[in-house]
Design a binder for this molecule. Structure first.
Ligand code: SF4
Length: 318
């Protein structure tokens, strides 16, 4: 074999699975153990094809609506959260429903409810059409929550009473872009209430910080994640903004654009919060077929957060 060109691979840490994703996958597995197959899951449990396919193999059935679930089988709500109408309808149908909504998304749901009870109109910083956005906006009656995606949207807002406003955010946004939008909201509506604690979750924040630390050292960044994974797409953007000229979102090694990596001396690698470590190993193995790889870990935080699964899964069968 000819000598391979040397490559330093900067491996970002933290990367990959977060506590909310870990918990959601565990919920599906425990539900399959407890009730047997099939167990229905409303929407992809987390946005990763590899994870979804593995659970499908074990007997999970992924559907988009409650109407697609038979009433006599358990249904699980995905980590992204659901509008209030969904569990209400499951209860009306007397279904066994297990909520795999990440506790950090539920925290934002509770915030929205509390602000609304205090008579505040809600502004939600998030991405239109993302299931988390639909779930969080669906905690309040239609029209009660106004969506903004950009600083430009803030100027176009038409609110009920500028003195009675609060904002909340999606958990997987770009930390920097969100700060700009929040600043625009505060400039236009000085009385607006901000979330008591950051809505962007620790996993999103930590993964973006690690990419920022890696970006100045590399010629190219590979982010393992699904095209519909919000936090993964943000990692690509953060990499570019932090100075990495080439950043690519890949689902797995087969998606690597080798021509774009030709001549690279240093590559960064990270994975979104719903991408399993096995895919990171796969990408490293693929890089080793083309380069003489030296790995350098760039660790900007250590995570040791774990979330409990719902009580219904901790109870004995019977
Ligand atoms: Fe929860 Fe954050 Fe993970 Fe989403 S990315 S599941 S909010 S910990």
């Amino acid at each position: 074999m000819p000598d391979l060109p040397p490559l330093t691979l900067y491996l970002a840490a933290p990367r990959g699975f977060c506590a909310g994703v870990d918990r959601a996958i565990k919920i599906v597995e425990m539900a399959l153990d407890k009730w047997g197959a099939p167990v229905y899951v409303r929407h992809e449990i987390v946005h990763n094809k590899f994870v979804v396919d593995a659970l499908r193999e074990k007997g999970a059935v992924f559907v988009e609506e409650l109407d697609d679930c038979p009433p006599d089988r358990p249904v699980i709500f995905s980590a992204h959260g659901v509008p209030r109408s969904v569990p209400a309808e499951a209860t009306r149908r007397q279904m066994i429903a297990v909520d795999a909504t990440c506790p950090l998304v539920t925290k934002v749901h509770n915030e929205a409810a509390r602000y609304s009870e205090n008579g505040l109109q809600m502004i939600y910083i998030g991405h239109d059409g993302h299931p988390e956005t639909i779930g969080t906006m669906g905690q309040l009656p239609e029209g009660e929550v106004l969506l903004v995606e950009t600083v430009a949207d803030v100027a176009r807002l038409s609110v009920r009473d500028p003195a009675k406003l609060a904002f909340i955010t999606q958990t997987t946004l770009s930390v920097d872009d969100t700060a700009d939008i929040a600043a625009a909201l505060q400039a236009r509506f000085p009385a607006i209430h901000a979330p008591a604690h950051e809505d962007i979750c620790y996993a999103t924040t930590n993964r973006q910080a690690a990419v920022k630390a890696v970006a100045p050292r590399i010629d190219a960044l590979l982010v393992i994640g699904a095209p519909n994974s919000s936090n993964s797409k943000r990692l690509v953007e953060v990499g570019r903004t932090a100075g990495c000229a080439y950043a690519q979102l890949i689902q797995r090694a087969a998606d690597i654009d080798w021509r774009a990596l030709a001549g690279a001396k240093a590559i960064g690698l990270t994975a979104g919060a719903s991408a399993p470590e096995v895919l990171v190993t796969e990408v490293i193995d693929a890089l080793r077929t083309r380069f003489a790889v030296t790995i350098e870990l760039v660790e900007t935080a250590v995570e040791n957060i774990e979330f409990k699964v719902p009580r219904i899964l901790r109870q004995e069968v019977g």
